[in-house]
Design a protein around this ligand. Structure first.
Ligand code: CA
Length: 242
């Protein structure tokens, strides 16, 4: 049996373009869902699972960027390709900084869109981190960051990263689920299951405030790299892929 292909949500208010795009993608075997506004798209995403979004920015009512922010906060890892008439460098940078996976300007070439869509979906299916054979199966490499799970040691840009036990545990958790949200409860549960940190009173409270302090410290230690720990409001934290 053929594996069903990915389902793509197209958010576009230009009815002609929406028709043409959905027709093309359906012909290629994609499942297609459509929305003409951010409100429609948000409602749809809450009731239906999709594998990727093609997003127009200029929409009636809320701007497409709002859907991008909403998606990043609620469905981490869902790939988004912006397809818009806004072709300024600022727009492009703003879109990519806000977490879009790709950016294509109108007018566009259908074959280029297909190629980019396929590449985006392929990237999204790849594991968040790779186990490197050169560093041994017990290590994780994310860009310039290497974690040695046996020695509980990390290196950044080839330099050892000095971490306390709690910082190490937090970083390991974030790295293991790179590109996904790690909730506060996940971190606190991991901390509570591990021995007390040397040099810290056993009763040092492990709560949200402590977590914020550790995240702050870790961010500083990752400062010299493209890695960045994002606050996902109301949920927790996410280590961005470089
Ligand atoms: Ca539009």
């Amino acid at each position: 049996m053929l594996k069903p292909m990915a389902t793509i949500l197209i958010v576009e208010d230009d009815a002609l373009l929406l028709d043409a795009l959905s027709g093309q993608l359906a012909q290629l075997g994609y499942g297609v869902a459509t929305a003409g506004s951010v409100a429609d798209a948000t409602a749809l995403l809450q009731s239906q699972a999709v594998d990727g979004i093609i997003l127009d920015l200029g929409l009636p009512g809320a701007d497409g960027m709002e859907l991008l922010h909403w998606t990043r906060a609620h469905i981490a890892g869902l790939p988004v390709l912006i397809l818009t008439a806004r072709d300024g460098v600022d727009d492009r940078v703003r879109g990519l900084n806000a977490g879009a996976d790709d950016y294509l300007t109108k007018p566009f070439n259908m074959q280029e869109l297909q190629a980019r869509l396929q590449a985006m979906l392929r990237r999204a299916r790849q594991p968040a981190f790779t186990q490197t054979s050169s560093a041994g199966p017990s290590s994780t490499t994310i860009g310039p960051l290497v974690l040695d799970h046996v020695a509980h040691a990390a290196a950044l840009n080839g330099e050892p990263l000095e971490l306390t036990l709690r910082e190490w545990e937090l970083l390991e958790l974030l790295a293991h689920r790179c590109g996904e949200v790690v909730t506060r409860d996940d971190v606190l549960a991991a901390w509570r299951a591990s021995p007390p940190e040397p040099g810290q009173p056993a009763a040092a409270p492990l709560n949200s405030n402590a977590l914020e302090v550790y995240v702050h410290r870790l961010r500083k230690k990752l400062d010299a790299s493209p890695l960045n720990i994002r606050n996902i409001r109301g949920l927790g934290y996410m280590l961005n892929r470089p």
